[in-house]
Each structure stands twice: as C-alpha cells, then as structure tokens.
Design a binder for this molecule. Structure first.
Ligand code: TXA
Ligand code: MG
Length: 332
C-alpha cells in the first residue's frame, strides 16, 4: 500500500475525509491528548480486525473505545455507579473506564470479554473525528505492538505509514503517556494501567485511598504483558550519583560502549554518555511525561549499546513514567 496521506487535524476538510474513511471501514491515525491512536469504527468487525493486523497485535489484547460524549458512552458501556463521579470530573481526559459491554460492541474489540474500556479523549480533532464519523472509534496506540507509543504524527508515518489509510497531524501529544485504565471489581477500584490521570486525583474524587494497582494483582490481564513500550536498545533503570566519580561508578560501561542517558533533570557531569535526554530541566514530571516517548525514540535511533534511565519519584505522573520505563526494561 502507498504511504498514507498526512493532513492537518485542524482542517475541517481533513476531518470530513478521515470520518468518511472510518465509516467505510478504513484505518485513521489521529491525535489524542495522550498518544496517537490507530482508529477504526468500533462497530465494524472487519475494520477492527485490520487494526490488529496493522499493529501485529495479538487478538487477546482488547481495545479502548473512544466516544465524544456521555450519552454515547452509555450506548456502548454499562457503567457502575461508582464510576459516575469520575466520568463527570475527568472526561474528556486521560481516564479509561472499564464498563459492561453492550451489544453494539463486537467481541473482537474486547477480545471476547463482556466488559469494554471506554474514554472521551480531550483533543479537539479526536472529538471532531468521532462526531463526524457518527460512531465510536476503537483505537489502540498507533505503534507496532510492543514498541514505544507515538506522540507525533511523524512517529506514526515512520512505522505504520504504509498500513493506515490516513494520518491526522495534531502536533505533539500534550500528556505523552497513555490514559489511566480503571476497573471496578467487587473488591473495589483497580488501576489496570497507570497513566495520564494521576492515581492521587482518582483517590480524591472517589474519597478512598485503597485503590489497587492491578498489574501486581493480575499480571495476566491482556495488555499488561511485561515487555511493552520497548525500545530496541536495551534499557536499564539505575540511579547514578549527581557527582559522577569514575572510580566509584557502579557497573561502569565496557571500554568503548556507547551509553545513552535518560534523566529528569540535568546532571553535573554527563560527559561519559554518548547521548543525553533531559526530560524536564525544572524537574516537573508532567513535562517529563509529555516528552518521555519522544526522548526514548530519539535515543533508540542512535544505535547505542544501551540506555540508562534514572528513576523518578512515583508521585503524580511519575507513576506512569516509572511503569513505562519498567516495562521497557523488562526482558523478553
Ligand atoms: O491513551 C490511551 O489510552 C491510548 C489512546 C489512543 O486513547 N490508547 C491506548 O490503547 O493506549 P492500547 O491499545 O495501547 O491499550 C489498551 C489497553 C489494553 O492493552 C488493555 O490492557 C486495556 O486497555 N483494556 C482494554 N479493554 C479492556 C477490558 N475490557 N478490560 C480490561 N482492560 C482492557
Ligand atoms: Mg499501546
């Protein structure tokens, strides 16, 4: 297939064209506030099957359904009462809620589950696309399965450009990590994936501090495969002292080894690294999350021997950053 066309997501004509493609069963990559999505009509089984093929994604890994308003959220999902205050407070936004599936959603979307993951994205182009397509849009992140998610249209064009029909370019994603996924189990709320909505914010609205983090509880949930969001270059998470001392350095690189450094803020002496990515000179985890995947992709393009990532505090978006780094670091 030819390279997909890229169009400016703020152009109403481009939105109309993208919506037409979705209605006709095609694939459109589109911007959201978290990462770029690879979208197809959530009600069209054959179109959704193309998503799995394009990404080489196992069919056991369910997709997120994107809607533009509460009313359509309820057409596709039956939400527990406990979810209502969260929908009011965080939608549109980077929170995905697991609800009971209605018959409008084919089982290919949910990988056979009777539940469906739903969110309203906070990006004007995503909302305009969903409204114009007049259907919910099923969309995983627009990257080959297992690789780092795309936060720019260029990332999508480079990796999936020959398998999608159309790419909407809405500029860099503002949040930069995927949505937080929350499920309501009989035992209480469980975060299935840390993401763009901080767990502290969920706690505040739910008025409870016992929200569980699911990847520990249920390692077998689809999509929680350990190695995910991965660079091709091996990555390790390691704290290194600000005042680098060659003699005392733990596991110093082998002679001639080219190491990339991913760090929140500037190091005093980073001269031994072949490349350095500073996520936020001011040490702000929001800014760090927004640039995380771009930085990983840049380091991964340099054919380094390995990447050393310094840990960040797991507060706010720091939890999602550390989750992605850990998955990236996990061996096959
Ligand atoms: O920010 C995001 O969520 C982005 C943008 C495009 O919206 N989407 C995204 O989709 O990250 P994806 O496919 O990369 O991740 C979807 C994950 C699955 O891997 C699975 O863990 C979870 O959502 N999921 C989907 N449906 C589920 C269900 N019914 N029950 C439990 N988990 C589910
Ligand atoms: Mg993904």
């Amino acid at each position: 297939m030819a390279q997909a066309r890229i169009a400016d997501a703020s152009d109403p004509e481009a939105i109309r064209e993208a919506a037409r493609i979705i209605r006709e069963g095609g694939l459109v990559a589109f911007p959201t506030e978290t990462v770029y999505g690879l979208g197809a009509s959530a009600e069209n089984e054959a179109a959704v099957a193309r998503i799995f093929e394009a990404k080489r994604r196992p069919r056991i890994d369910p997709l997120i359904v994107h809607v533009s308003d509460m009313e359509s959220a309820r057409r596709y999902g039956v939400f527990p009462n406990a979810a209502l205050p969260l929908m009011e407070r965080f939608w549109p936004g980077p929170l995905t809620l697991v609800a009971g599936k209605t018959s409008l959603i084919p089982y290919i979307v949910t990988a056979g589950l009777d539940t469906v993951a739903v969110r309203i994205p906070a990006h004007p182009a995503a909302l305009a696309l969903i409204r114009a397509a007049k259907t919910a849009i099923a969309a995983p992140s627009a990257n080959p399965f297992g690789y780092v998610s795309p936060t720019e249209a260029e990332h999508v064009a480079g990796q999936l450009g020959d398998t999608v029909d159309f790419i909407l370019d809405g500029g860099p994603s503002a949040i930069g990590v995927e949505s937080t996924i929350l499920s309501f189990e009989t035992s209480g709320p469980v975060v299935l994936r840390a993401g763009g909505t901080p767990v502290e914010d969920l706690q505040a609205v739910l008025g409870r501090t016992d929200i569980q983090i699911g990847s520990v509880l249920r390692p077998s949930v689809p999509g929680q495969m350990k190695r995910h969001y991965s660079t091709r270059t091996p990555l390790e998470i390691r704290e290194i002292s600000e005042n680098y001392n060659a003699a005392a350095a733990p596991r110093a690189g082998k002679q001639g080894e080219r190491i990339g450094l991913l760090t929140l803020s500037l190091m005093e002496d980073a001269s031994r690294y072949a490349a350095v990515e500073i996520l936020s000179p001011a040490g702000d985890v929001r800014e760090a999350a927004a640039g995380l995947f771009r930085a990983l992709r840049r380091l991964d393009a340099l054919a380094l021997d390995r990447i050393v990532a310094r840990p960040v505090s797991e507060k706010g978006l720091g939890l999602a950053i550390m989750d992605r780094l850990r998955r990236c670091a996990a061996g096959d």
